[in-house]
Design a protein around this ligand. Structure first.
Ligand code: HEC
Ligand code: HEC
Length: 476
Protein backbone atom coordinates (compact mmCIF):
# COMPACT_ATOMS: atom_id res chain seq x y z
CA UNK A 1 0.00 0.00 0.00
CA UNK A 2 1.22 3.43 -0.78
CA UNK A 3 0.22 6.01 1.77
CA UNK A 4 2.38 8.84 0.68
CA UNK A 5 -0.08 10.55 -1.59
CA UNK A 6 -2.21 12.02 1.15
CA UNK A 7 -1.96 15.46 -0.34
CA UNK A 8 -3.57 14.50 -3.63
CA UNK A 9 -1.82 16.18 -6.52
CA UNK A 10 -4.04 18.03 -8.93
CA UNK A 11 -2.21 16.95 -12.03
CA UNK A 12 -0.96 13.45 -11.38
CA UNK A 13 -1.24 11.38 -14.50
CA UNK A 14 -2.84 8.36 -12.86
CA UNK A 15 -6.07 8.20 -14.83
CA UNK A 16 -4.59 8.00 -18.34
CA UNK A 17 -2.14 5.31 -17.21
CA UNK A 18 -4.94 3.43 -15.49
CA UNK A 19 -7.15 3.53 -18.61
CA UNK A 20 -4.24 2.48 -20.78
CA UNK A 21 -3.51 -0.41 -18.42
CA UNK A 22 -7.13 -1.54 -18.31
CA UNK A 23 -7.64 -1.41 -22.07
CA UNK A 24 -4.41 -3.10 -22.92
CA UNK A 25 -5.09 -5.87 -20.42
CA UNK A 26 -2.02 -5.01 -18.34
CA UNK A 27 -3.77 -4.45 -15.05
CA UNK A 28 -3.41 -7.55 -12.94
CA UNK A 29 -4.73 -7.81 -9.40
CA UNK A 30 -2.07 -6.86 -6.86
CA UNK A 31 0.11 -5.07 -9.39
CA UNK A 32 0.79 -1.50 -8.31
CA UNK A 33 -0.12 1.24 -10.77
CA UNK A 34 2.90 2.85 -12.32
CA UNK A 35 3.07 6.46 -11.20
CA UNK A 36 4.53 9.40 -12.93
CA UNK A 37 5.71 12.63 -11.38
CA UNK A 38 4.44 14.99 -14.07
CA UNK A 39 6.56 17.75 -15.54
CA UNK A 40 4.30 20.26 -13.82
CA UNK A 41 3.13 18.87 -10.48
CA UNK A 42 0.81 21.16 -8.52
CA UNK A 43 -0.45 20.61 -4.96
CA UNK A 44 -2.48 22.66 -2.53
CA UNK A 45 -1.02 23.92 0.77
CA UNK A 46 -2.32 26.03 3.63
CA UNK A 47 -1.91 29.31 1.70
CA UNK A 48 -2.80 28.33 -1.86
CA UNK A 49 -0.79 26.03 -4.07
CA UNK A 50 2.78 25.26 -5.05
CA UNK A 51 4.29 23.55 -8.09
CA UNK A 52 7.20 21.17 -8.64
CA UNK A 53 8.61 21.61 -12.14
CA UNK A 54 10.97 19.36 -14.09
CA UNK A 55 12.45 21.13 -17.14
CA UNK A 56 13.60 17.75 -18.52
CA UNK A 57 10.13 16.20 -18.49
CA UNK A 58 8.19 13.78 -16.26
CA UNK A 59 9.76 11.07 -14.09
CA UNK A 60 8.56 7.49 -13.98
CA UNK A 61 8.49 6.68 -10.26
CA UNK A 62 8.57 2.94 -10.94
CA UNK A 63 12.06 3.18 -12.42
CA UNK A 64 13.52 6.21 -10.60
CA UNK A 65 15.73 5.13 -7.66
CA UNK A 66 14.64 8.25 -5.73
CA UNK A 67 11.24 6.54 -5.42
CA UNK A 68 12.53 3.00 -4.86
CA UNK A 69 13.34 1.24 -1.60
CA UNK A 70 17.08 0.66 -1.91
CA UNK A 71 17.71 -0.58 1.63
CA UNK A 72 16.24 -3.01 4.14
CA UNK A 73 13.54 -0.97 5.91
CA UNK A 74 11.20 -0.16 3.01
CA UNK A 75 12.03 3.54 2.94
CA UNK A 76 12.67 5.53 -0.20
CA UNK A 77 13.98 9.08 -0.53
CA UNK A 78 10.33 10.08 -0.89
CA UNK A 79 9.65 8.84 2.65
CA UNK A 80 11.20 12.08 3.94
CA UNK A 81 11.25 14.19 0.77
CA UNK A 82 7.65 14.14 -0.39
CA UNK A 83 6.64 15.90 -3.65
CA UNK A 84 3.34 16.85 -1.95
CA UNK A 85 5.36 18.62 0.78
CA UNK A 86 7.66 20.53 -1.59
CA UNK A 87 10.23 17.72 -1.22
CA UNK A 88 10.45 18.23 2.55
CA UNK A 89 8.10 16.59 5.06
CA UNK A 90 5.36 18.50 6.88
CA UNK A 91 4.34 17.77 10.44
CA UNK A 92 0.75 17.44 9.23
CA UNK A 93 1.67 14.64 6.82
CA UNK A 94 3.85 12.90 9.41
CA UNK A 95 0.81 12.71 11.68
CA UNK A 96 -1.53 11.71 8.83
CA UNK A 97 0.81 8.88 7.85
CA UNK A 98 1.11 7.77 11.47
CA UNK A 99 -2.68 7.64 11.85
CA UNK A 100 -3.30 5.98 8.48
CA UNK A 101 -0.74 3.21 9.09
CA UNK A 102 -0.99 2.95 12.85
CA UNK A 103 2.68 3.87 13.03
CA UNK A 104 3.81 1.02 10.75
CA UNK A 105 4.94 3.17 7.80
CA UNK A 106 8.71 2.79 7.23
CA UNK A 107 9.08 6.49 8.15
CA UNK A 108 8.79 5.39 11.79
CA UNK A 109 11.70 2.91 11.60
CA UNK A 110 13.59 2.78 14.91
CA UNK A 111 16.93 3.70 13.33
CA UNK A 112 16.08 7.42 13.21
CA UNK A 113 12.27 7.72 13.05
CA UNK A 114 11.91 6.90 16.75
CA UNK A 115 13.08 8.94 19.73
CA UNK A 116 15.88 6.43 20.11
CA UNK A 117 17.13 3.33 18.37
CA UNK A 118 16.04 1.17 21.33
CA UNK A 119 12.57 2.72 21.72
CA UNK A 120 10.82 1.67 18.49
CA UNK A 121 7.39 2.80 19.71
CA UNK A 122 8.29 6.29 20.94
CA UNK A 123 7.99 8.95 18.23
CA UNK A 124 7.57 12.17 20.20
CA UNK A 125 10.30 14.04 18.32
CA UNK A 126 8.89 13.09 14.92
CA UNK A 127 5.18 13.45 15.72
CA UNK A 128 5.45 16.69 17.68
CA UNK A 129 8.30 18.51 15.94
CA UNK A 130 8.95 16.70 12.65
CA UNK A 131 12.44 15.63 13.73
CA UNK A 132 14.64 12.78 12.48
CA UNK A 133 17.42 11.49 14.75
CA UNK A 134 20.98 12.07 13.52
CA UNK A 135 23.86 10.31 15.27
CA UNK A 136 27.27 11.99 15.15
CA UNK A 137 30.57 11.17 16.90
CA UNK A 138 32.20 13.46 19.48
CA UNK A 139 35.36 11.41 20.02
CA UNK A 140 38.03 10.27 19.30
CA UNK A 141 37.51 12.15 16.02
CA UNK A 142 34.66 14.07 14.44
CA UNK A 143 32.59 13.00 11.42
CA UNK A 144 35.27 14.21 9.00
CA UNK A 145 38.15 12.73 11.00
CA UNK A 146 39.40 15.84 12.84
CA UNK A 147 40.55 15.60 16.44
CA UNK A 148 38.20 17.89 18.39
CA UNK A 149 39.74 20.69 20.48
CA UNK A 150 36.76 20.75 22.82
CA UNK A 151 34.75 18.56 25.18
CA UNK A 152 31.01 17.86 25.03
CA UNK A 153 28.90 17.19 28.13
CA UNK A 154 25.28 16.08 27.94
CA UNK A 155 23.28 18.36 30.25
CA UNK A 156 19.76 17.23 29.33
CA UNK A 157 18.74 13.89 27.81
CA UNK A 158 14.93 13.82 27.40
CA UNK A 159 14.97 10.87 24.96
CA UNK A 160 17.56 8.82 26.92
CA UNK A 161 19.52 8.52 23.71
CA UNK A 162 22.86 10.16 24.50
CA UNK A 163 26.23 9.05 25.90
CA UNK A 164 24.82 6.89 28.70
CA UNK A 165 22.76 4.73 26.31
CA UNK A 166 24.78 1.55 25.61
CA UNK A 167 22.70 0.65 22.54
CA UNK A 168 23.42 4.03 20.96
CA UNK A 169 27.13 3.68 21.67
CA UNK A 170 27.12 0.17 20.16
CA UNK A 171 25.43 1.53 17.01
CA UNK A 172 27.95 4.38 16.98
CA UNK A 173 30.89 1.95 17.08
CA UNK A 174 29.32 -0.21 14.38
CA UNK A 175 29.10 2.84 12.12
CA UNK A 176 32.23 4.82 12.98
CA UNK A 177 34.61 2.27 14.52
CA UNK A 178 35.78 0.86 17.86
CA UNK A 179 36.18 3.42 20.64
CA UNK A 180 33.85 6.02 19.08
CA UNK A 181 31.29 7.88 21.19
CA UNK A 182 28.19 9.48 19.65
CA UNK A 183 25.46 11.88 20.62
CA UNK A 184 21.93 11.99 19.14
CA UNK A 185 20.70 15.17 17.48
CA UNK A 186 17.24 15.81 16.10
CA UNK A 187 16.79 17.62 12.78
CA UNK A 188 14.26 18.51 10.08
CA UNK A 189 14.63 17.12 6.56
CA UNK A 190 15.88 19.79 4.15
CA UNK A 191 14.06 20.03 0.81
CA UNK A 192 15.56 17.86 -1.96
CA UNK A 193 14.48 20.41 -4.60
CA UNK A 194 16.07 23.64 -5.89
CA UNK A 195 19.43 21.96 -5.21
CA UNK A 196 21.20 23.65 -8.12
CA UNK A 197 21.73 26.73 -5.96
CA UNK A 198 23.32 24.97 -2.97
CA UNK A 199 26.88 25.71 -1.84
CA UNK A 200 26.70 23.26 1.06
CA UNK A 201 24.74 20.12 1.90
CA UNK A 202 23.02 19.31 5.23
CA UNK A 203 22.34 21.74 8.08
CA UNK A 204 25.94 21.37 9.30
CA UNK A 205 27.49 21.14 5.82
CA UNK A 206 28.90 17.68 6.60
CA UNK A 207 28.41 16.16 3.14
CA UNK A 208 31.00 16.99 0.46
CA UNK A 209 30.91 20.64 -0.48
CA UNK A 210 29.37 21.19 -3.94
CA UNK A 211 31.67 24.16 -4.58
CA UNK A 212 34.81 22.05 -4.09
CA UNK A 213 33.64 18.64 -5.28
CA UNK A 214 31.06 19.61 -7.90
CA UNK A 215 27.32 19.45 -7.28
CA UNK A 216 26.69 16.08 -8.92
CA UNK A 217 29.48 14.30 -7.02
CA UNK A 218 28.35 15.89 -3.76
CA UNK A 219 24.72 14.86 -4.29
CA UNK A 220 25.79 11.33 -5.16
CA UNK A 221 27.82 11.00 -1.96
CA UNK A 222 24.89 12.44 0.03
CA UNK A 223 22.46 9.96 -1.59
CA UNK A 224 24.80 7.06 -0.91
CA UNK A 225 24.93 7.98 2.80
CA UNK A 226 21.15 8.43 2.88
CA UNK A 227 20.68 4.93 1.48
CA UNK A 228 23.06 3.25 3.94
CA UNK A 229 21.86 5.27 6.96
CA UNK A 230 18.16 6.24 6.58
CA UNK A 231 17.27 3.28 4.32
CA UNK A 232 19.56 0.85 6.21
CA UNK A 233 21.09 -0.76 3.13
CA UNK A 234 23.86 -3.31 3.76
CA UNK A 235 25.85 -1.91 0.85
CA UNK A 236 25.81 1.40 -1.02
CA UNK A 237 23.71 1.83 -4.17
CA UNK A 238 25.24 1.35 -7.62
CA UNK A 239 26.82 4.28 -9.41
CA UNK A 240 24.00 4.15 -11.99
CA UNK A 241 21.44 4.55 -9.18
CA UNK A 242 23.39 7.40 -7.59
CA UNK A 243 23.72 9.19 -10.88
CA UNK A 244 19.97 8.83 -11.53
CA UNK A 245 19.15 10.24 -8.08
CA UNK A 246 21.47 13.23 -8.53
CA UNK A 247 20.17 14.03 -11.99
CA UNK A 248 16.56 13.77 -10.79
CA UNK A 249 17.32 16.26 -8.00
CA UNK A 250 19.23 18.56 -10.37
CA UNK A 251 16.18 18.64 -12.64
CA UNK A 252 13.73 19.83 -9.98
CA UNK A 253 12.42 23.31 -9.14
CA UNK A 254 9.69 24.23 -6.66
CA UNK A 255 7.90 27.48 -5.76
CA UNK A 256 4.55 28.58 -4.44
CA UNK A 257 2.41 29.34 -7.52
CA UNK A 258 -0.84 30.73 -6.18
CA UNK A 259 -1.94 32.49 -3.05
CA UNK A 260 -5.47 32.19 -1.64
CA UNK A 261 -5.75 35.97 -1.34
CA UNK A 262 -3.48 37.35 -4.07
CA UNK A 263 -4.22 34.78 -6.78
CA UNK A 264 -1.62 33.67 -9.31
CA UNK A 265 1.93 34.59 -8.27
CA UNK A 266 3.08 35.14 -11.82
CA UNK A 267 0.21 37.38 -12.85
CA UNK A 268 -0.35 41.12 -12.92
CA UNK A 269 3.36 41.80 -13.46
CA UNK A 270 4.70 39.43 -10.75
CA UNK A 271 7.02 36.72 -12.04
CA UNK A 272 7.28 33.94 -9.48
CA UNK A 273 7.06 30.41 -10.88
CA UNK A 274 9.32 27.34 -10.81
CA UNK A 275 9.95 27.89 -14.54
CA UNK A 276 11.27 31.37 -13.75
CA UNK A 277 13.33 29.94 -10.88
CA UNK A 278 14.86 27.39 -13.28
CA UNK A 279 16.07 30.23 -15.49
CA UNK A 280 17.66 32.29 -12.69
CA UNK A 281 21.37 32.79 -13.35
CA UNK A 282 23.51 31.24 -10.63
CA UNK A 283 27.17 30.81 -9.84
CA UNK A 284 28.99 30.34 -6.54
CA UNK A 285 29.76 33.76 -5.10
CA UNK A 286 27.07 35.36 -7.31
CA UNK A 287 25.76 37.85 -4.74
CA UNK A 288 28.41 37.42 -2.10
CA UNK A 289 28.43 39.75 0.90
CA UNK A 290 32.23 39.26 0.95
CA UNK A 291 32.63 41.27 -2.23
CA UNK A 292 31.88 44.81 -3.34
CA UNK A 293 28.79 44.88 -5.54
CA UNK A 294 26.54 42.97 -3.11
CA UNK A 295 22.94 43.75 -4.11
CA UNK A 296 20.54 43.71 -1.16
CA UNK A 297 17.50 43.49 -3.47
CA UNK A 298 17.63 39.71 -3.40
CA UNK A 299 13.97 38.97 -4.12
CA UNK A 300 12.41 40.74 -7.11
CA UNK A 301 9.57 38.42 -8.18
CA UNK A 302 6.95 40.75 -6.73
CA UNK A 303 8.48 44.16 -7.42
CA UNK A 304 5.80 45.05 -9.99
CA UNK A 305 3.17 44.80 -7.23
CA UNK A 306 4.85 47.50 -5.16
CA UNK A 307 3.35 50.21 -7.35
CA UNK A 308 -0.24 48.93 -7.01
CA UNK A 309 -2.69 51.17 -5.20
CA UNK A 310 -6.02 49.27 -5.49
CA UNK A 311 -8.13 48.80 -2.37
CA UNK A 312 -9.95 45.63 -3.45
CA UNK A 313 -8.99 42.45 -1.52
CA UNK A 314 -6.81 40.98 -4.30
CA UNK A 315 -4.82 44.20 -4.80
CA UNK A 316 -4.38 44.58 -1.06
CA UNK A 317 -3.04 41.02 -0.79
CA UNK A 318 -0.64 41.67 -3.68
CA UNK A 319 0.50 44.95 -2.12
CA UNK A 320 1.17 43.21 1.21
CA UNK A 321 3.35 40.55 -0.46
CA UNK A 322 5.28 43.28 -2.32
CA UNK A 323 5.82 45.26 0.92
CA UNK A 324 7.04 42.06 2.58
CA UNK A 325 9.52 41.55 -0.26
CA UNK A 326 10.84 45.10 0.15
CA UNK A 327 11.05 44.67 3.93
CA UNK A 328 12.97 41.40 3.48
CA UNK A 329 15.44 43.16 1.19
CA UNK A 330 15.86 46.40 3.11
CA UNK A 331 14.87 46.40 6.80
CA UNK A 332 18.09 46.77 8.76
CA UNK A 333 18.62 45.04 12.08
CA UNK A 334 21.55 44.84 14.38
CA UNK A 335 23.12 41.38 14.37
CA UNK A 336 25.63 42.04 17.14
CA UNK A 337 28.68 43.40 15.35
CA UNK A 338 27.27 44.30 11.95
CA UNK A 339 24.11 45.84 10.45
CA UNK A 340 22.29 43.26 8.34
CA UNK A 341 19.06 42.76 6.41
CA UNK A 342 17.27 39.43 5.91
CA UNK A 343 18.79 39.54 2.42
CA UNK A 344 22.38 39.78 3.73
CA UNK A 345 22.29 36.16 4.87
CA UNK A 346 19.58 34.86 2.51
CA UNK A 347 21.41 36.50 -0.40
CA UNK A 348 21.03 34.14 -3.37
CA UNK A 349 18.87 36.11 -5.85
CA UNK A 350 15.25 34.88 -5.79
CA UNK A 351 16.23 31.65 -3.99
CA UNK A 352 17.15 32.81 -0.48
CA UNK A 353 19.96 30.47 0.51
CA UNK A 354 23.48 31.91 0.85
CA UNK A 355 25.42 32.47 -2.37
CA UNK A 356 28.78 33.34 -0.78
CA UNK A 357 31.80 31.32 -1.82
CA UNK A 358 32.28 29.47 0.48
CA UNK A 359 28.58 29.39 1.42
CA UNK A 360 28.15 30.72 4.94
CA UNK A 361 27.55 28.49 7.93
CA UNK A 362 26.75 30.66 10.93
CA UNK A 363 25.84 30.58 14.59
CA UNK A 364 22.91 32.78 15.34
CA UNK A 365 20.78 31.42 18.10
CA UNK A 366 18.10 28.96 16.97
CA UNK A 367 19.95 26.36 19.02
CA UNK A 368 20.00 28.36 22.27
CA UNK A 369 18.11 26.42 24.87
CA UNK A 370 16.99 29.64 26.56
CA UNK A 371 15.42 31.45 23.59
CA UNK A 372 11.95 32.39 24.89
CA UNK A 373 10.21 32.31 21.47
CA UNK A 374 11.47 28.93 20.34
CA UNK A 375 11.37 27.17 23.70
CA UNK A 376 13.66 24.38 22.52
CA UNK A 377 14.60 23.56 26.10
CA UNK A 378 11.17 22.02 26.58
CA UNK A 379 11.93 19.11 24.24
CA UNK A 380 15.51 19.06 22.91
CA UNK A 381 18.60 17.50 24.48
CA UNK A 382 21.15 20.08 25.61
CA UNK A 383 24.92 19.93 25.54
CA UNK A 384 27.62 22.07 27.06
CA UNK A 385 30.81 22.62 25.14
CA UNK A 386 34.13 23.77 26.47
CA UNK A 387 37.26 24.45 24.42
CA UNK A 388 40.65 22.93 25.23
CA UNK A 389 42.13 25.12 26.69
CA UNK A 390 39.00 26.96 27.96
CA UNK A 391 38.18 30.23 26.18
CA UNK A 392 35.15 32.55 26.11
CA UNK A 393 32.57 31.88 23.39
CA UNK A 394 31.47 34.51 20.96
CA UNK A 395 27.73 35.22 20.96
CA UNK A 396 27.37 34.02 24.55
CA UNK A 397 26.81 36.74 27.12
CA UNK A 398 29.55 37.41 29.67
CA UNK A 399 32.86 35.63 29.73
CA UNK A 400 31.58 32.11 30.27
CA UNK A 401 33.83 29.45 28.80
CA UNK A 402 30.93 27.00 28.52
CA UNK A 403 28.47 27.18 25.60
CA UNK A 404 25.08 25.53 26.03
CA UNK A 405 23.36 24.38 22.87
CA UNK A 406 20.61 22.04 21.68
CA UNK A 407 22.66 21.18 18.56
CA UNK A 408 26.44 21.78 18.42
CA UNK A 409 26.19 21.32 14.60
CA UNK A 410 29.22 22.50 12.67
CA UNK A 411 31.73 22.04 15.51
CA UNK A 412 30.95 18.29 15.39
CA UNK A 413 32.22 18.23 11.80
CA UNK A 414 35.28 20.50 11.83
CA UNK A 415 36.33 19.79 15.42
CA UNK A 416 37.27 23.45 15.76
CA UNK A 417 36.19 25.53 18.75
CA UNK A 418 34.34 28.59 17.45
CA UNK A 419 32.17 26.53 15.08
CA UNK A 420 29.67 25.56 17.80
CA UNK A 421 26.03 25.87 16.72
CA UNK A 422 27.00 26.73 13.11
CA UNK A 423 24.18 26.05 10.68
CA UNK A 424 23.66 26.67 7.00
CA UNK A 425 21.37 29.33 5.57
CA UNK A 426 18.54 27.42 3.88
CA UNK A 427 16.65 28.32 0.70
CA UNK A 428 13.16 29.69 1.19
CA UNK A 429 10.75 28.26 -1.42
CA UNK A 430 7.70 26.07 -0.80
CA UNK A 431 7.73 27.00 2.88
CA UNK A 432 4.00 26.58 3.57
CA UNK A 433 4.10 23.00 2.30
CA UNK A 434 6.74 21.91 4.82
CA UNK A 435 6.16 23.47 8.26
CA UNK A 436 7.57 23.51 10.96
CA UNK A 437 10.69 25.63 10.47
CA UNK A 438 14.33 25.82 11.58
CA UNK A 439 16.51 22.75 11.87
CA UNK A 440 14.96 21.82 15.18
CA UNK A 441 11.33 22.36 14.11
CA UNK A 442 11.01 24.98 16.84
CA UNK A 443 8.91 27.45 14.81
CA UNK A 444 5.51 25.91 14.11
CA UNK A 445 4.47 28.70 11.74
CA UNK A 446 5.98 31.51 9.69
CA UNK A 447 4.55 33.92 12.25
CA UNK A 448 6.77 32.28 14.88
CA UNK A 449 9.81 32.56 12.58
CA UNK A 450 9.19 36.29 12.34
CA UNK A 451 8.57 36.67 16.08
CA UNK A 452 11.90 34.92 16.66
CA UNK A 453 13.76 37.35 14.39
CA UNK A 454 11.96 40.36 15.81
CA UNK A 455 12.69 39.56 19.44
CA UNK A 456 16.05 37.81 19.12
CA UNK A 457 17.55 40.59 17.01
CA UNK A 458 15.43 43.38 18.52
CA UNK A 459 14.40 44.63 15.05
CA UNK A 460 11.32 46.57 16.13
CA UNK A 461 9.03 45.38 13.31
CA UNK A 462 5.55 46.94 13.32
CA UNK A 463 2.64 44.53 13.24
CA UNK A 464 2.01 45.56 9.61
CA UNK A 465 5.60 44.65 8.71
CA UNK A 466 5.24 41.30 10.47
CA UNK A 467 2.06 40.51 8.52
CA UNK A 468 3.65 41.61 5.24
CA UNK A 469 6.78 39.51 5.82
CA UNK A 470 4.63 36.53 6.67
CA UNK A 471 2.54 36.97 3.51
CA UNK A 472 5.71 37.34 1.45
CA UNK A 473 7.40 34.22 2.88
CA UNK A 474 4.17 32.27 2.35
CA UNK A 475 4.19 33.33 -1.30
CA UNK A 476 7.68 31.96 -1.94
C1 HEC B 1 14.34 9.19 7.29
C2 HEC B 1 14.20 10.41 6.56
C3 HEC B 1 15.07 10.65 5.33
C4 HEC B 1 15.23 9.83 4.23
C5 HEC B 1 14.66 8.44 4.00
C6 HEC B 1 16.06 10.57 3.31
N1 HEC B 1 16.38 11.79 3.84
FE1 HEC B 1 17.35 13.29 2.90
N2 HEC B 1 17.40 14.37 4.63
C7 HEC B 1 16.78 14.00 5.80
C8 HEC B 1 17.20 14.89 6.88
C9 HEC B 1 16.75 14.82 8.33
C10 HEC B 1 18.11 15.81 6.31
C11 HEC B 1 18.89 16.90 7.06
C12 HEC B 1 19.91 16.18 7.94
C13 HEC B 1 21.02 17.05 8.50
O1 HEC B 1 21.24 18.16 7.98
O2 HEC B 1 21.71 16.62 9.44
C14 HEC B 1 18.19 15.47 4.88
C15 HEC B 1 18.93 16.17 3.95
C16 HEC B 1 18.94 15.88 2.59
C17 HEC B 1 19.57 16.69 1.58
C18 HEC B 1 20.31 17.99 1.80
C19 HEC B 1 19.60 19.19 1.24
C20 HEC B 1 20.31 20.47 1.60
O3 HEC B 1 19.73 21.56 1.40
O4 HEC B 1 21.43 20.43 2.11
C21 HEC B 1 19.39 16.05 0.37
C22 HEC B 1 19.87 16.50 -1.00
C23 HEC B 1 18.67 14.82 0.65
N3 HEC B 1 18.40 14.76 2.00
C24 HEC B 1 18.39 13.84 -0.31
C25 HEC B 1 17.95 12.56 0.03
C26 HEC B 1 17.98 11.44 -0.89
C27 HEC B 1 18.48 11.50 -2.33
C28 HEC B 1 17.45 10.37 -0.22
C29 HEC B 1 17.29 8.95 -0.72
C30 HEC B 1 18.51 8.29 -1.15
C31 HEC B 1 17.10 10.84 1.12
N4 HEC B 1 17.46 12.15 1.23
C32 HEC B 1 16.49 10.06 2.09
C33 HEC B 1 15.91 12.94 5.96
C34 HEC B 1 15.81 11.88 5.08
C1 HEC C 1 22.47 36.34 10.27
C2 HEC C 1 21.98 35.60 9.11
C3 HEC C 1 20.46 35.58 8.90
C4 HEC C 1 19.63 36.65 8.82
C5 HEC C 1 19.99 38.12 8.94
C6 HEC C 1 18.31 36.11 8.56
N1 HEC C 1 18.35 34.74 8.49
FE1 HEC C 1 16.77 33.50 8.17
N2 HEC C 1 17.96 31.89 8.53
C7 HEC C 1 19.32 31.93 8.79
C8 HEC C 1 19.77 30.61 9.20
C9 HEC C 1 21.19 30.23 9.58
C10 HEC C 1 18.64 29.78 9.20
C11 HEC C 1 18.58 28.30 9.64
C12 HEC C 1 18.53 28.29 11.16
C13 HEC C 1 18.15 26.96 11.76
O1 HEC C 1 17.43 26.21 11.13
O2 HEC C 1 18.56 26.67 12.90
C14 HEC C 1 17.51 30.61 8.76
C15 HEC C 1 16.22 30.14 8.59
C16 HEC C 1 15.16 30.90 8.12
C17 HEC C 1 13.85 30.39 7.82
C18 HEC C 1 13.39 28.94 8.00
C19 HEC C 1 13.65 28.08 6.78
C20 HEC C 1 13.37 26.62 7.00
O3 HEC C 1 13.30 25.89 5.99
O4 HEC C 1 13.24 26.16 8.15
C21 HEC C 1 13.10 31.44 7.38
C22 HEC C 1 11.66 31.39 6.92
C23 HEC C 1 13.94 32.62 7.43
N3 HEC C 1 15.19 32.26 7.89
C24 HEC C 1 13.53 33.92 7.12
C25 HEC C 1 14.28 35.07 7.45
C26 HEC C 1 13.73 36.41 7.49
C27 HEC C 1 12.30 36.80 7.17
C28 HEC C 1 14.74 37.25 7.89
C29 HEC C 1 14.69 38.73 8.20
C30 HEC C 1 13.72 39.13 9.22
C31 HEC C 1 15.93 36.40 8.07
N4 HEC C 1 15.60 35.09 7.81
C32 HEC C 1 17.18 36.88 8.44
C33 HEC C 1 20.13 33.06 8.70
C34 HEC C 1 19.66 34.37 8.69
Amino acid sequence: MKFRILNLPQTREILPIFLFAVFSGLLLPGVALAQTLPQIDTHTDSGGSFTNYQPNGPTNEATSPFFQALGSNGRTCQTCHEPGDAFGLSLTDINNIYTATNGTDPLFAAVDGADCIDQPNSHTMLLKHGLIRIMLPISPTTYNGSVPNFTVKVTRDPTKCELSNANVQAACQAEFGPGYQCISLYRRPLPATNVNFLGNLMWDGREPNPITFGLTAALEQQASDAVTEHEQAASPPTSAQLSAIASFEEGLYTTQTSDNNAGSLDGNGATESPQELASQPFSYGLNSTNRPGFNENVFTFFSAWSSLTGTDPVSEAEESIARGETDFNTIVFNDGATKVTCSNCHNDPNVGNNSNNPAKIIHYGTDFAFDPTLDTASYMPTFSIQCIPPQPFSGVSGTSTVATTTDPSRILITGVCGDEGGVKIPSLHGLLARAPYFRNGSAATLATVITFYNTHFNIGLTSQQQTDLQNFLGAL
